[in-house]
Design a protein around this ligand. Structure first.
Ligand SMILES: NC(=O)c1ccc[n+]([C@@H]2O[C@H](COP(=O)([O-])OP(=O)(O)OC[C@H]3O[C@@H](n4cnc5c(N)ncnc54)[C@H](O)[C@@H]3O)[C@@H](O)[C@H]2O)c1
Length: 251
């Protein structure tokens, strides 16, 4: 299957590119390398050195025996995206190419506006590009568990049956996000759901919880192929931060 990964240089994207390639799929992807800049902006680094794009591509070729079509480009650039789709004709599109940090989105006005513009535009562009170029492809969109917030009832997966004033319906489970980043994902969910209804596109919107780890079996034993491990206040998740503090002997 031809799989397009939006955000292929990211924590999940770089690992997924290898996982799908090892399973025999043809992979291509785009990234504008922003994750590296965000971590630098908040004054940190990945605990695992992250190889340059060129070194990653070289290592990929050496270990998987083929070139990876990984283009440096912006998902908010619609012409770039549609031209890529015209050429590659993806059958599956995995959207991982967004700004993923709640604290980063809350820094100030500039960061919250940028987060929503970047995240919502990239998702809308993917939906329009699918409709225009590859309407039979399947979109796998990474949403977040944080879209739901913390309601005082069990969270139904996606939709739930609701009865109100004697009438029943099956509706999306209510969203109560806790940051402007999480709100960007809620807007994506609505836009994606709407596109599946009016254009009959196929999409799976995954309300993903936090992912941990830096390696999996098909990833070869080469530092250039490893993904990242952040421990800063914006991009380092709680467990990453606790583990790093423990290893450094910081209380
Ligand atoms: N990692 C997790 O634990 C987790 C949990 C829940 C949801 N998610 C979601 O999964 C997705 C991927 O997460 P991640 O941890 O790999 O994040 P990440 O920041 O490592 O990866 C995102 C990648 O997208 C790229 N990107 C962002 N905007 C772009 C644009 N406009 N054009 C091109 N590239 C762009 C970044 O440069 C980065 O490489 C995110 O949408 C995130 O919200 C992740």
């Amino acid at each position: 299957m031809r799989v397009f990964i939006a955000g292929i240089d990211g924590y999940l994207g770089w690992a997924l590119a290898q996982y799908m390639t090892a399973r025999g799929h043809e992979v291509a992807g785009a990234d504008n390398m922003l994750r590296r800049e965000w971590v630098e902006e908040v004054g940190s680094i990945s605990a695992i050195p992250v190889a340059s794009r060129e070194d990653r591509l070289q290592a990929f070729n050496e270990h998987y025996g083929k070139d990876l079509d990984f283009r440096d480009g912006d998902l908010c650039d619609y012409e770039f995206l549609t031209a890529f789709f015209e050429e590659f004709q993806p059958e599956a599109i995995v959207h991982l190419g967004q700004m993923p940090s709640a604290p980063y989105s809350m820094i100030d006005q500039k960061h919250s506006v940028w987060t929503q513009v970047n995240n919502i535009t990239s998702n809308l562009n993917l939906l329009w590009a699918m409709r225009e170029v590859v309407p039979d492809a399947h979109l796998v969109k990474l949403g977040t568990m944080g879209e739901y917030g913390q309601p005082n009832i069990d969270i139904a997966e996606g939709f739930f049956e609701v009865e109100y004033r004697g009438r029943k319906d099956k509706l999306p489970f209510p969203r109560q996000p806790g940051s402007f980043y999480h709100l960007s994902k809620v807007h994506d969910s609505h836009n994606t759901h709407f596109a599946t209804k009016i254009w009959k596109l196929r999409a799976t919107d995954i309300m993903q919880g936090v992912v941990f780890g830096t390696q999996f079996p098909s990833m070869k034993d080469d530092d250039r192929l490893r993904t990242r491990l952040d421990f800063d206040q914006c991009f380092g998740t709680a467990i990453n931060r606790f583990v790093c503090k423990l290893l450094l002997g910081i209380r």
